[in-house]
Write a protein that binds this ligand. Structure first.
Ligand SMILES: [Zn+2]
Length: 451
């Protein structure tokens, strides 16, 4: 394996969310090279576990791995590491029943249609100005599930049209569509030029040069409302398995939904959550080693292309994510394992010779013991010093002031407000060190074993 931690650049049209989506960022990239798929898989598992350990040690054990879409990177198996948070820009599908989890882009969508007892004949009905599935449903008094809508896309390369028929209450998953077509697409901008009856497009009697696809959400459905391919008319009584050719292919092109069927345990338990992607790992295969002519000499002297894995961590993003998971109204609360300083000494009234002497002594004792210390000896008010300390977010704080000295003590407090106590001056360094160790142990307790 080779790796780098480097500044990267991206021509990002939508920079947002502080450090979450930016044009310049710090990234850890690693690449592994293997002579067999088995070796790659074994190494991939070790990296997967190493990632779980990294996030736990960074103080975000809540980061979870989800199956992801390999997309443009190629390869078959890949995982994203996600921090679940409402400000995240990715949709993640989770089953609390069996532990299944996947990125929305890579999640199988399962629809269970129950057939009506009687099949109505396909009947053309007047629907006037009603065009969207919502309007048509309202006009004919049927729910979205009993409709079949047409969604129109165009290929970016040549603007050619792609038509997808999907159940009215479902949404097209554009990543699945892109992968199926092996082409980049965008929602159609001018359906008028496509020779299609916009708003009245239906799968029966449709004459078009567009690529026509059927989502499996309509498979097994009966008595649906769909467009009749002429202005102001729709069909009722559309039953795909009866009205479409027998060899029609029903593809998985729609998005999983809240309360939908879990692809793993088949219960209606899916939940959709938001998350920030903080890392990813891919089994790449030979795509790049073949393209770049990278070879090694095999035992029999043959020249072969190694099989690659790749492993990324967005370091800047990770900082933003940790902040997201650990903060209050006053600023970040850094986990002690990644805090810029483990301890901040707040010396109030530094003009007082006793305060100065006590704070200097504690600072040098802690530094000698290997504790990372920030020493605030500015002549500022307690209010200013404490609000700055909250913003810097060091997890442990020691306050030394004429008031604490009059109690023959220092005050030891946690940034997360979980404790606040007086400690004896004589043994202060030991007490602070013990508290630092306690916090480190609490983080490490959540780190999974090495594989
Ligand atoms: Zn499940």
């Amino acid at each position: 394996m080779i790796y780098q931690i480097q500044t990267k650049f991206r021509d990002e049209p939508r920079a947002r969310g502080g450090l979450i989506r930016v044009r310049e960022f710090t990234m850890k990239d690693a690449y592994s090279f293997h002579t067999s798929q088995e070796d790659l898989e074994a190494y991939y598992d070790r990296c997967y576990r190493a990632y779980e350990r990294i996030y736990a040690r960074a103080g975000v054990p809540e980061v979870i791995a989800v199956k992801s879409d390999s997309g443009m990177m190629g390869g078959k198996v890949s995982h994203e590491f996600m921090l679940l948070t409402d400000i995240g820009e990715d949709s993640i599908v989770i089953c609390p029943e069996c532990g299944f989890r996947a990125n929305m882009e890579a999640c199988d969508a399962i629809t269970e249609n129950v057939a009506d007892e009687t099949l109505e004949p396909l009947t053309e009905v007047f629907t006037g100005e009603a065009k969207t599935i919502e309007e048509v449903g309202k006009y004919l008094k049927v729910t979205d599930e009993k409709t079949c809508k047409a969604v129109v896309y165009q290929r970016n390369a040549d603007d050619s049209y792609v038509l997808i028929f999907v159940r009215g209450d479902k949404e097209v998953n554009e990543t699945k569509l892109t992968n199926y077509l092996k082409a980049e697409i965008h929602p159609a901008v001018d359906v008028e030029n496509a020779n299609l009856a916009a708003g009245n497009i239906g799968p029966v009697g449709l004459e078009t040069k567009a690529t026509v696809l059927f989502d499996r959400s309509i498979y097994g459905a009966t008595n649906l409302v769909c467009g009749a391919n002429k202005a102001e008319y729709h069909f009722t009584g559309f039953t795909p398995t009866r009205d479409l050719p027998e060899d029609t292919e029903y593809l998985d092109l729609s998005k999983a939904v809240e309360g939908g069927v879990c692809p793993n345990c088949r219960k209606h338990t899916l939940q959709i959550r938001r998350g920030i992607e903080v890392g990813n790992i891919f089994q790449l295969g030979k795509r790049y080693t073949e393209a770049m002519g990278m070879t090694y000499d095999a035992e029999n002297g043959e020249r072969k292309n190694p099989i690659m894995g790749c492993y990324g961590i967005g370091v800047g993003r990770l900082i933003a994510s940790v902040c997201e998971a650990h903060h209050d109204d006053y600023g970040p609360i850094w986990p002690i394992t990644i805090a810029p300083w483990q301890v901040e000494i707040c010396a109030l009234r530094i003009d007082d010779a006793n305060v100065r002497a006590a704070a200097d002594k504690l600072c040098s004792e802690l530094e000698a013991a290997g504790v990372e210390v920030l020493y605030d000896d500015r002549p500022v008010s307690a209010g200013v010093m404490f609000s700055d300390a909250d913003l810097l977010g060091a997890p442990v704080r020691v306050v030394i002031s004429p008031k604490t000295l009059s109690r023959n003590a220092f005050e030891l407090a946690a940034r997360d407000k979980s404790f606040r106590e007086d400690i004896a001056i004589d043994t202060a360094a030991d007490a602070v060190e013990a508290k630092v160790k306690e916090l480190i142990d609490a983080v490490n307790a959540k780190v999974p074993e090495r594989l």
